[in-house]
Design a binder for this molecule. Structure first.
Ligand code: GUN
Length: 297
């Protein structure tokens, strides 16, 4: 039976660290870090993620507002809003929740965010630094997974990591973080068009599932003793639940836990880590802002 990697417990440690940092920061006379969250449209999952993010922020002493607009909000209006937030010295971090409604070009919006306030780590400047192994904002989900591995005492060095999924926000940055010098995994990236996926995943010492399909990774696709990280958050109908659905990962948890060495649950695995890393990035943004100001004087 696999060891459970408790994302709630590890995220609580990260939050406690950020809380101490924020307390020291404000005790030194600085205003608290401030995060502007932008939510456009009425996707219930996005609204729920955003509530989680701002609740966590409040818990550690980071101030935030959620700027909410309905699906008719235009691309121009959104770009104007971002320009205002970029120019506002009271704003340390800007997070535009994805996905955006179809009439808004996500790439344009991501490019518009000042890289110094890009706490999501989605701007090309942030991605470039990540690929080059330079310090900067790292996307919260893959950064959270690295932190989980570290705090669980799991070293990727010399391990074969297989990432299933090639999204810009999880799969691609995840593969790059595992590849970094000092992390030293050997990395394979698979996706929906990979032939004979099970033969690839079975080679994984560390398997990261970021596909977005419920129970996609079955026990026969997992090497005995592997570390299995489940990034999926899928809603499946469940009439026994008050909301009519429950959340499941991309991994067939009950079967895979019998075979894996380590496994993250859903919920309570990667999700809370993603939120915790956003807080860390927001604290970093506040520090960087002050350094830039000192540098320009
Ligand atoms: N949608 C799904 N995950 C994320 C995330 O980490 N950040 C933002 N902004 N949107 C998302």
């Amino acid at each position: 039976m696999a060891h459970l990697i408790d994302g709630n417990a590890i995220a609580a440690q990260v939050r406690a660290d950020v809380q101490a940092e924020v307390a020291a920061w404000t005790a030194a006379g600085h205003r608290p870090p401030y995060l502007a969250v932008v939510l456009v449209g009425d996707d219930p999952a996005s609204a729920s993620y955003v509530r989680g993010k701002t609740r966590d922020a409040a818990e550690v002493g980071i101030l935030s507002d959620t700027l909410t607009y309905d699906a008719r909000f235009s691309e121009t209006e959104l770009l104007d809003l971002i320009a205002d937030l970029n120019a506002d010295d009271g704003v340390d971090g800007i997070l535009v929740q994805l996905p955006l409604p179809d009439h808004i070009d996500e790439q344009k919006v991501i490019y518009a965010i000042d890289p110094a306030k890009d706490v999501d780590g989605f701007h090309p400047a942030s991605i470039g630094k990540l690929v080059l192994g330079q310090p900067g904002f790292q996307p919260a989900t893959p950064a959270g997974i690295m932190e989980m591995l570290r705090r669980s005492g799991i070293s990727p060095r010399g391990q074969h990591a297989v990432v299933v999924g090639r999204s810009n926000i999880v799969g691609k940055p995840m593969a790059n973080l595992l590849l970094q010098k000092g992390v030293d995994a050997t990395v394979t990236v698979c996706h929906s068009r990979t032939p004979d996926l099970p033969s690839m995943t079975r080679q994984a010492d560390i398997l990261v599932a970021a596909i977005g399909r419920a129970h996609f990774i079955t026990a026969d696709m997992v090497k005995p003793g592997a570390v299995v990280i489940d990034v999926g958050i899928n809603r499946v109908e469940d009439a026994t639940r008050p909301r009519g659905y429950r959340l499941v990962g991309d991994v067939d948890f009950e079967a895979v836990r019998e075979k894996a060495g380590w496994i993250t649950p859903v919920p309570g695995g990667v999700g809370p880590m993603t939120r915790a890393m956003l807080l860390r990035n927001t604290m970093l943004a506040a520090r960087n802002r002050l350094e830039r100001r000192a540098g320009s004087r």
